[in-house]
Design a protein around this ligand. Structure first.
Ligand SMILES: Nc1ncnc2c1ncn2[C@@H]1O[C@H](COP(=O)(O)OP(=O)(O)OP(=O)(O)O)[C@@H](O)[C@H]1O
Length: 437
C-alpha cells in the first residue's frame, strides 16, 4: 500500500493497539502525525493501515460500507457504535454483537420481535432478531433447514444470544395463544436446566457454559414448532473434581446443598464440607440464591418432562458424587496398595454406595484396584493412594458427564417426523489464557 502526503492512516500503538494519524511527509521513511496527541513520528509503511477519510461519527451499521475493511477500521467502528448503545453491527449477513453487560429490555421485548417479523434483512437496524427472522423466512421460502452459528470467547454473550434466538423462533413459530404451548415452553425451559448442570462460575463469567450446545428447533410444514432436540458435547469434565478459587463447580451442586429437606435426605450440608466444592472458597454468586435456583431447576425439570422418579435419581447421583469425592485413601499393608483412610472416609463410602445403589465392598475394590486384561486372563492390580484418588475422580467425572448427556439431551420432546429445522450452534471460540486448563 502506498501512502501520500495527506493520507489518513491508522498507526500501530503499544497502548491503544491503533491510533488515528495522518501522513505529513512521504519521503524515504514516512513522517506521520497522530491526530489526538499531535506527536510526529517517523515510521515505515508496514506500521500503517489506510483509514476511511469520511468517517461517520456514529459509525456504519454494516462493515461492508467501510472503504477499508481492516482491523482498526472494524474495531473503531464497533467502539463508536457501542458508545451510542448500538451493540449490533452487520458484516454482510454476519451479525457482530458487543456484550453490553447491562440489561437492555427495550431491545428484546415483544414489540421489537413484532417489528422484525417478516422484514427484509438489513432494512431495520442490525439485531439478533433480524438474523433469527432471516433464517426462519429462508426455511419457509426454500423449504430447507437452516443453521445459525454463535461464536465468541468466554463471556462474549453466546449463551444470551442463543437464548434470544430461541425466544424469537418460539415467538414466530409458536402456536396461537389458545393452543397448548408446551413445546415452546420446553424449548425455553431447557435453558435453566442446561445451565444448572453445564454452567459454572469462572474468572470471566459467573454463568459460563462449560460445554458446546446444538439446539435444533423443529417445525412442521406450516412453520409451527413441532419439537426440539438439544445436544450437548465437550463438557469440561475436569471441573467436577478440580476447581480453583474464585471459580466454582457446576451450579447444581450448590443448589442441591441449599435445598433444605432434599439436602438432608442425602446427608449433605454446606458445600465447604465437600472436597469437590471446597477447593475454592467461593460458594455464593452475587445476587443469586442457591436455594431459589434449586427450585427453578426443579420447575424446569417438570416442564421439560423429567419424571419425579428421574429427578430424584439425578439429585441422588449428584449427592453420591459429592460423597464419593470425600473418600480418602491411606497406604495398605502390601506395597503400592491402598485402603479407605479412616472412619470419616468410610462413612462417605457407605453413603455414596447407598446413593449409587451399589455394594460398598465392591466399590472399595473398584476404587483401590484396577483390572488389567492380558492374554492369560484378567489380572487385578492394587493401586497406591494417588492412583486410587484419580480412579475415584475418574468415576465421578464419568458419572456426571453421563448424567448430563443421558438425562438432559433426551428430555425435550422431539418430532421425529419433522422435515425442516433451524439449528443453533453455540460454540466457544478460542480462549487464550496463560495457563489453559
Ligand atoms: N445481549 C445482552 N444483553 C445484556 N447482557 C448480556 C447480553 N449478552 C451477554 N450479556 C451479559 O454477559 C454475561 C455473559 O454472557 P454469556 O454467558 O452469554 O457469555 P458466553 O459467551 O456464553 O460465555 P461462556 O462461553 O463463558 O459461556 C451474561 O451473564 C449477561 O450478564
Amino acid at each position: 500500500m502506498s501512502f501520500q502526503k495527506g493520507s489518513k492512516v491508522w498507526l500501530q500503538d503499544k497502548e491503544y493497539a491503533w491510533v488515528e494519524a495522518e501522513v505529513i511527509d512521504a519521503r524515504d521513511k514516512l513522517l506521520v502525525v497522530t491526530t489526538a496527541r499531535r506527536t510526529k513520528i517517523m515510521v515505515g509503511p508496514e506500521k500503517l493501515l489506510p483509514r476511511d477519510p469520511d468517517e461517520d461519527l456514529g459509525g456504519v451499521d454494516d462493515m461492508t460500507k467501510l472503504t477499508y475493511l481492516n482491523e482498526p477500521g472494524v474495531l473503531y467502528n464497533l467502539a463508536r457504535r457501542y458508545a451510542l448503545n448500538e451493540i449490533y453491527t452487520y458484516t454482510g449477513s454476519i451479525l457482530i454483537a458487543v456484550n453490553p453487560f447491562t440489561k437492555l429490555p427495550h431491545l428484546y421485548n415483544e414489540h421489537m420481535m413484532e417489528q422484525y417479523k417478516g422484514v427484509r434483512f438489513g432494512e431495520l437496524s442490525p439485531h439478533i432478531f433480524a438474523v433469527a427472522d432471516a433464517s426462519y423466512r429462508a426455511m419457509m421460502d426454500e423449504g430447507r433447514s437452516q443453521s445459525i452459528l454463535v461464536s465468541g470467547e468466554s463471556g462474549a454473550g453466546k449463551t444470551e444470544t442463543t437464548k434470544l434466538i430461541m425466544r424469537y423462533l418460539t415467538y414466530v413459530g409458536g402456536k396461537a395463544a389458545v393452543d397448548d404451548r408446551t413445546v415452546e415452553q420446553q424449548v425455553l425451559e431447557s435453558n435453566p436446566l442446561l445451565e444448572a448442570f453445564g454452567n459454572a462460575k469462572t474468572v470471566r463469567n459467573d454463568n459460563s457454559s462449560r460445554f458446546g450446545k446444538f439446539v435444533e428447533i423443529q417445525f412442521d410444514g406450516s412453520g409451527r414448532i413441532s419439537g426440539a432436540a438439544i445436544r450437548t458435547y465437550l463438557l469440561e469434565r475436569s471441573r467436577v473434581v478440580k476447581i480453583t478459587d474464585p471459580e466454582r463447580n457446576y451450579h447444581c451442586f450448590y443448589q442441591l446443598c441449599a435445598s433444605g429437606k432434599d439436602a438432608e435426605k442425602y446427608n449433605l450440608g454446606h458445600p465447604w464440607s465437600f472436597h469437590y466444592l471446597n477447593q475454592s472458597k467461593t460458594y455464593e454468586l452475587d445476587g443469586i440464591s442457591n436455594a431459589e435456583e434449586y427450585l427453578k431447576t426443579r420447575r424446569a425439570m417438570d416442564i421439560v418432562g423429567i419424571s419425579l422418579d428421574n429427578q430424584e435419581a439425578i439429585f441422588r447421583t449428584l449427592a453420591a458424587i459429592l460423597h464419593l469425592g470425600n473418600i480418602e485413601f491411606s497406604p495398605g499393608k502390601e506395597h503400592d496398595s491402598s485402603i479407605i483412610k479412616d472412619s470419616k472416609s468410610n462413612f462417605h463410602l457407605q453413603v455414596a454406595a447407598n446413593l449409587f445403589m451399589c455394594d460398598p465392598d465392591l466399590m472399595v475394590v473398584t476404587l483401590c484396584s484396577r483390572s488389567i486384561q492380558t492374554r492369560e486372563g484378567n489380572i487385578i492390580k492394587a493401586l497406591d493412594c494417588a492412583a486410587a484418588a484419580s480412579n475415584r475422580d475418574a468415576l465421578a467425572k464419568t458419572v456426571y458427564a453421563r448424567l448430563l448427556v443421558e438425562n438432559i439431551n433426551k428430555s425435550v420432546g422431539q418430532d421425529l417426523d419433522s422435515k425442516i429445522q433451524i439449528g443453533v450452534l453455540d460454540i466457544y471460540g478460542f480462549e487464550c489464557f496463560e495457563n489453559n486448563r
